[in-house]
Design a protein around this ligand. Structure first.
Ligand code: FE2
Length: 397
């Protein structure tokens, strides 16, 4: 958008070229001078070129006029009793940063005019002004043109900021969608693990929720919680490679079968480790059967070597195994299961994790178990069920 002054029968007007030319705004000028004769002459000069004027005899009066009138430009004397022209300039710049402000100096005070421009004046005029109205008009036109360019730059910058903000928002939404897609895929995968190992139906979901409860109570960071949740959710993904004859065998396993079964930790780790955002979860998968006293597998890690997420998972996993029915035994009561973990603290289980686990009320576990069972009762896990559960957990975290 560009602006220029057009001569019309009604005088000089500011024409805004991006809108129809007939849409013009009359330029209004405020003359500030303590000498009445100067004000009169100036008003007459500007009237010759069709510019309507307001006048003020002091800085204070000028500010009052500006409050109650639409003014586009101020032409002010510098030497005035009371508020000086420089003081008026400072106030006008503060209140009306876009106002055109010209100062008037005597022919001997050009340096003062230059100083006024350093302080924010748009131009300076030299007395006497009555000789040529066109000089005043040219100065006004130039100053208004500069103001308009400044406004355009500001509008452009503002527009750019809006575009950047909008695109940032779109990018965030796209990332959220990708993240949701990842979650969805993982959730379906976790559900598939549970379906494969039907005697422990709901196990992945329960240990996922139990692990998050313990991690929350331990003050886990959001990123850690997410890794623990993913590790817990996918901990038995390696079982997808274990033959049914072993995985679903109703009786005890032989030594050879147990060795094959125990390979699921390594297989799960190998499956997941190459996925960058699952790298930490892969470590939990690898170590989810390790025990603090070194009696676990596959590496026989000891306390301090086991990732924190795997230590949390170990307690959640044991607790769920004990409180679930198995083909060869009934589920243990919650209290009895808690006592087993209490006895194993510092031996099989990390003592700090066990302590935190024992501090969580039994009702918490019962609620998770009931809710998981309710989902199981309707159908086996569907992605949307788990999505809802996962969202619930995330919002609580
Ligand atoms: Fe396992």
């Amino acid at each position: 958008m560009t602006g220029a002054y057009k001569a019309t029968s009604a005088g000089w007007h500011l024409a805004i070229e991006s809108i129809p030319l007939e849409h013009t705004v009359t330029l209004r000028v405020l003359i500030v001078d303590d000498e009445v004769s100067v004000r009169k002459v100036m008003a007459a000069v500007l009237a010759q070129v069709g510019l309507p004027c307001e006048t003020a005899a002091s800085g204070d009066e000028a500010l009052r006029v500006l409050e109650t009138n639409r003014i586009d430009a101020v032409i002010s004397d510098l030497q005035m009793p009371g508020m000086s022209g420089m003081e008026l300039l400072a106030k006008v710049r503060q209140i009306y940063p876009r106002m055109v402000f010209l100062v008037v100096t005597g022919v001997d005070d050009i340096r003062v005019g230059i100083e006024a421009m350093r302080q924010g004046a748009d131009d300076y005029l030299v007395k006497p002004l009555q000789v040529d109205a066109n000089i005043v008009l040219a100065s006004l036109t130039r100053a208004l043109h500069v103001k308009r360019l400044e406004q355009e730059v500001e509008n452009y910058r503002h527009h750019l900021e809006e575009i950047v903000a909008e695109q940032t928002q779109q990018l965030r939404e796209a990332l959220r969608q990708i993240e949701r897609s990842y979650d969805h895929t993982l959730e379906v995968l976790g559900a598939a693990i549970d379906l494969r190992d039907s005697p422990t139906a709901g196990h992945s979901r329960r240990v996922f929720l139990y692990s998050i409860e313990i991690a929350k109570a331990m003050g886990g960071l959001e990123s850690q919680m997410r890794n623990i949740a993913m590790g817990a959710w996918l901990h038995d993904i390696g079982k997808l490679a274990i033959p049914d004859a072993i995985l679903l065998k109703p009786g005890p396993l032989t030594d050879e079968e147990r060795a094959i079964m125990q390979r699921h930790a390594q297989i799960g780790y190998d499956l997941v480790k190459g996925i960058p955002f699952l790298a930490d979860a892969a470590e939990i998968i690898f170590a989810h059967h390790e025990r603090c006293d070194g009696s676990g597998y596959p590496r026989g890690l000891k306390a301090g070597e086991i990732p924190a997420g795997a230590s949390i998972f170990a307690v959640a996993d044991t607790f769920d195994a004990m409180t679930s029915d198995r083909p060869y035994r009934r589920a243990l009561p919650f209290q009895a299961s808690r006592e087993v973990i209490e006895r194993g603290a510092g031996k099989q289980y990390d003592s700090q994790v066990a302590k935190v686990f024992l501090s969580i009320p039994g009702e918490t576990w019962e609620v998770i178990r009931r809710e998981t069972a309710a989902i199981q009762a309707h159908a086996f896990a569907t992605a949307s069920d788990i999505q809802a559960l996962s969202t619930l957990v995330k919002s609580e975290g």
